[in-house]
Design a protein around this ligand. Sequence first.
Ligand code: COA
Length: 253
Amino acid sequence: MDGFDTVIYEKKGHVAHVTLNRPHALNAYSVKMRDDLFEVMSAVRADDEVRVAVLKGAGEKAFCAGADLTEFLTAPSVVRARRIRGVRDLWGLFLKVPQPLIAALHGYVLGSGLEIALFCDLRIAADDAVFGLPEVGLGIIPGAGATQTLPRVAGLPRCLDMLLTGRRFNAEEAYRYGIVSRVVPRERLFAAADEMARQISGHDPAAARKAKQAVARGLDMSLEQGLELERNLAASLMKNRPARSKKTNKQMS
Ligand code: COA
């Protein structure tokens, strides 16, 4: 799959690699990138061969330095923006992707960059990563979910601290706050993400999908409902196991 200006999409075995590719602008999130990313994430979602996807940024300096500030003054009207969102709701799409998503984060991870990462299930940071939500300082609020996703990950006080002060924080702090689950030396980042993807893609993909679903959907439920969800997902996994094993055996023979 190619032909995108702002995103590189590669499939290696069962692993999809999605690279934000505007290094000259620190991979700033533009309208074009939104459209390209929507196509790419739709393809990931529909592709049963893909068991896990890794998102990363091109160039040395950034995963993504936030929304493209040069587009601020030319942004579509609120009505038009709403209509586009109805057709291409990228953030809604991220929530529907059934495969585990890994964000490999280096350099600047600001604004929408952090928000894209927060839509992923696993985040690994390089030791040079710098995080922040500059929106309030620019007179806006995050528009890609951070007001909802960040408190779920880092808790309310830390989220409000980051959101309202706009201060930048490093990978160590992101690790302490639970925003990333691992910090690795910069030169090891992509290898570490690949290794994690390899481990996940080596498992039964249905089990990985259902585990993700149980955790992600369960978070918004009461404990009782969550336990019921887990029971149902476990049961449906067991029910379909013989058919899946047969298929796997056939593929291997
Ligand atoms: N939108 C559009 N272009 C951006 C950008 C953004 N969010 N962030 C960086 N760029 C561009 C710069 O304009 C510059 O382009 P140029 O070489 O044509 O002048 C290029 O990327 C490199 O950035 P530069 O500012 O020279 O790098 P730096 O290392 O000195 O500073 C940052 C890096 C991230 C601190 C700085 O670029 C910055 O503050 N960016 C804006 C962050 C932000 O507020 N994001 C919006 C969130 S809503």
